[in-house]
Ligand binder design. Structure first.
Ligand code: BV8
Length: 244
């Protein structure tokens, strides 16, 4: 029996399925993967430097513009067949799927997986870099290229509502993801290099607790060793074949 059929059968009988997605999940929707995102204008910068509070404080305008460009790409993108396959699976098998994403886009939610656990936040939301002390709260002033919005009252800057390198993940999200990985029968890891922690530890956690682990990725990843089966293919082609 080939790898795809093996994973299909495991999914059919599973009572608990945990899926972890990474940037590769959205690649076929036209959103560059995190490391590919450093093409063109951004090829001179290290993504981990831009996606950090130090990087933002060092040059707020540059980082703000990087996120503004990425946000525009997310708004132009549409969920792909992989996103839709996951949403259809969740609808067909209520209560079986826990979807965990490292992605900061909203494509899983737009495809219908509205209860997706978001480990690294939401690129379409902002928050204050420091607490805004204005009472009543004032709306931020308008964003302009090269200048993050500020509170007109106390002057604090807005920042993207994502988790930067060196920042703790939202505790509730991480605990829920770890619980799902510990309890599942099957863990499916889709489109991630497995380079970023603690998300990268979820596959190993599932494995040590007896889950069947499958990876969907056209290339090698840092967590391939945790997999019982590695399916060398893309999210938008493999997931519909696996989950339909
Ligand atoms: C933290 C939001 C506590 C921002 C992101 C343990 C060991 C080593 C290091 C650490 C550790 N614990 C913590 C660290 C430090 C750090 C870390 O992991 N560093 C790495 C680089 C070594 N982690 C943290 O800082 C985390 N915080 O642990 O807090 C703490 C606090 C202080 C000090 C220490 C610890 C916070 C991490 C969150 C960072 N924020 N995103 C933004 O987006 O701007 S991470 C960001 O990069 C993404 O969200 C994503 O998670 C990650 C990129 O990974 P992937 O999703 O895998 O994407 P990538 O491009 O790498 O790969 C794409 C894959 O898709 C490839 O494999 C490719 O082959 C595949 N692919 C391509 N096309 C397709 C495809 N697959 C399927 N279909 C296709 N079509």
């Amino acid at each position: 029996m080939d790898g795809l059929e093996t994973v299909r059968r495991r999914l059919e009988t599973a009572q608990g399925v945990c899926v972890l997605t990474g940037a590769g999940m959205s690649a076929e929707s036209g959103i560059p993967t995190f490391r590919d995102a450093m093409t063109g204008l951004w090829s001179r910068f290290d993504p981990a430097e831009l996606a950090s509070e130090d990087g933002f404080r060092a040059d707020p305008g540059r980082v703000w513009d990087w996120y503004a460009e990425r946000r525009d790409g997310v708004r132009r993108a549409e969920p792909n067949a992989g996103h839709h396959a996951l949403a259809a699976f969740a609808a067909r098998r209520p209560g079986v799927l826990t979807l965990v994403t490292q992605n900061v886009d909203d494509l899983h939610q737009r495809a219908g997986n509205v209860d997706t656990i978001r480990l690294h936040g939401d690129i379409l939301r902002d928050r204050w870099l420091e607490p805004c002390r204005c009472r009543p709260a004032l709306p931020p002033d308008a964003a302009t290229p090269g200048r993050p919005p500020r509170c007109p009252g106390c002057g604090v800057m807005a920042r993207p509502g994502v988790v930067w390198f060196g920042e703790f993940l939202p505790e509730g999200a991480l605990v829920a993801a770890q619980q799902a990985a510990s309890a599942c029968d099957v863990m499916l890891v889709v489109g991630t290099s497995g380079a970023v922690w603690p998300a990268a530890g979820l596959a190993g956690r599932a494995k040590t607790r007896g889950a069947f682990v499958a990876i969907v990725n056209p290339h090698d990843s840092e967590i391939d060793a945790e997999a019982d089966v590695v399916l060398r293919g893309t999210a938008a082609t493999v997931l519909p074949a696996l989950l339909s």
